[in-house]
Ligand binder design. Structure first.
Ligand SMILES: *Cc1c(COP(=O)(O)O)cnc(C)c1O
Length: 366
C-alpha cells in the first residue's frame, strides 16, 4: 500500500466511488445517460460583486423557491428551506447532521435505503462512516412500508434516516400518501423520512410537500438539475420544518451556493423561468409517452417500468445486443444490467424529438 493510501481513513481506503454518468462517459453524440434536459435557457450574470463572499442563504433565491414550492395549500417560510450544492449535498448534510458514525466501541447510527434506488445515499453514508441498512422494494418495486416501519422500530435499530425516492431512480415508482403518513406517525421521534423528489416536476400532483407542516420528521429534497435544465450549476433544496433546517444549518459549509449560481437559479425560479420549465416538462412528458408506447410494442422488450420522471427503465430480452446497437450508433444510455433485480435493464433519458426518433429507429432495426 502506498504511504498516502495508508494515511486515509479506513472507510475511505475501502470505498468504491460513485460512478456518475459523467465518470463512466461513453462515445457518441446523443447523451441519454444522466437524466439531463436536452435544452438550455439564457441567463444574465452580474459580475460586479465577485470579490465578496456570497450570502449564507441568498434571500432572493430562498424567497423564489419558497414561492415555487408552496403548493396544495402548503405555504413555506424561508426558515423551512435550505439551498445546497445540488441535492447530493443535501443528502450528505442530512447524514452528517443526524447520524452518529461508528466508533471503536459503538456501531453508530444507520440510514435505511430501499434498493434498487439512487446510489448516492449509500455512498454518502459510507464516506461518513455510517451504516447502511436495506429493505428491498417489494415485487412491484414499491416501498414495503410495513417492513420499513418494523426495521426502524426494531429494538436494536439504529436507523436515523430513511431515504425514499419518488419518482424512484431508476424504477420510476411513486409513494403512497396514506401509507407514507402512517410511516411518518409510526417513526416520529425515532427517524427522519426523506422523500427525494428530484424528478417531481414531471408529476407535480404527486409531491408529498403538503405533508411537511404536519410532520416534523418529513424532509423533502429537490434539485434544479433535471426539469429546470441546470445540472451544471449544482443547486438543490431541502424543504422541511424549521427545526430540521436549523440543525442542518449548523453543519453545512458557510457559503454553500456561489453567487453566480444563486443569480442563475433565481432567474430560473422567476415567473418566466417557471413557465419555461413547465413548457419543457410538457414536451418531455409527451416525448416520454411516445417512447414508452413504442417500447411496449417491441419484441426485444420484456417490460417497461412506470414512466414518471424524464427517463424510462426498460427490461430487454437481451440488453447486451441493445447496448451494443446503441453504442455503435453513438447513443449513450445508462446500463443497469449488472444491478441486482435489474438484469437486462437499460435506463433511457427522455430527450428531444430527434433524439427519441434516433433511439427508436435503432430499436426498430433489432
Ligand atoms: C439527479 C439526482 C439527484 C442529484 O441531484 P443534484 O442536485 O444534481 O445533486 C438526487 N436524487 C436523485 C434521485 C437523482 O436522480
Amino acid at each position: 500500500m502506498s504511504d498516502i493510501k495508508h494515511l486515509a481513513r479506513e472507510t475511505v481506503q475501502a470505498l468504491t466511488p460513485y460512478l456518475s454518468a459523467r465518470r463512466i462517459g461513453g462515445n457518441g453524440d446523443v447523451w441519454l445517460n444522466a437524466n439531463e434536459a436536452p435544452d438550455c435557457s439564457e441567463y444574465q450574470l452580474d459580475c460586479s460583486n465577485l470579490n465578496r463572499y456570497p450570502e449564507f442563504q441568498p434571500p432572493a433565491l430562498i424567497a423564489a423557491y419558497a414561492n415555487y414550492a408552496s403548493i396544495n395549500g402548503a405555504v413555506f417560510t424561508p426558515e423551512q428551506l435550505l439551498t445546497t450544492r445540488g441535492a447530493d449535498e443535501s443528502i450528505e448534510v442530512l447524514i452528517r447532521t443526524f447520524c452518529e458514525p461508528a466508533s471503536a466501541t459503538t456501531a453508530g447510527d444507520s440510514i435505511l435505503i430501499c434498493p434498487p434506488t439512487y446510489g448516492m445515499y449509500a455512498i454518502s453514508a459510507e464516506t461518513c462512516g455510517v451504516q447502511v441498512d436495506k429493505v428491498e422494494l417489494d415485487a412491484q418495486f414499491n416501498v414495503d412500508y410495513s417492513a420499513v416501519e418494523q426495521a426502524v422500530n426494531a429494538a436494536d435499530s439504529q436507523v436515523k434516516i430513511v431515504f425514499l425516492c419518488a419518482p424512484n431512480n431508476p424504477t420510476g415508482n411513486m409513494l403512497d400518501k396514506s401509507k407514507l403518513v402512517k410511516l411518518l406517525q409510526a417513526t416520529k421521534g425515532k427517524a427522519l423520512i426523506v422523500a427525494d423528489e428530484a424528478y417531481i416536476e414531471f408529476c407535480p400532483q404527486l409531491s408529498q410537500a403538503d405533508l411537511i407542516n404536519a410532520h416534523e420528521n418529513l424532509v423533502i429534497t429537490r434539485t434544479l438539475s433535471k426539469a429546470f435544465a441546470l445540472a451544471s450549476i449544482r443547486c438543490g433544496f431541502t424543504v422541511a420544518q424549521a427545526s430540521v433546517i436549523e440543525m442542518m444549518s449548523k453543519v453545512i459549509a458557510p457559503y454553500p451556493v456561489p453567487d453566480p449560481v444563486a443569480q442563475i437559479a433565481t432567474q430560473a425560479l422567476s415567473e418566466q423561468g417557471l413557465e419555461i420549465m413547465r413548457e419543457r416538462v410538457a414536451i418531455l412528458n409527451n416525448n416520454r409517452m411516445v417512447l414508452a408506447n413504442a417500447l411496449q410494442q417491441l419484441d426485444c422488450v420484456e417490460e417497461i417500468f412506470p414512466a414518471t420522471g424524464n427517463f424510462v427503465l426498460a427490461r430487454f430480452k437481451d440488453s447486451k445486443i441493445v447496448w451494443q446497437a446503441f453504442s455503435e450508433n453513438g447513443i449513450i444510455m445508462r446500463d443497469f444490467a449488472s444491478k441486482e433485480r435489474l438484469e437486462n435493464c437499460i435506463r433511457i433519458t427522455v430527450g428531444n424529438v430527434e433524439e427519441m426518433q434516433r433511439t427508436l429507429k435503432i430499436l426498430n432495426s433489432l
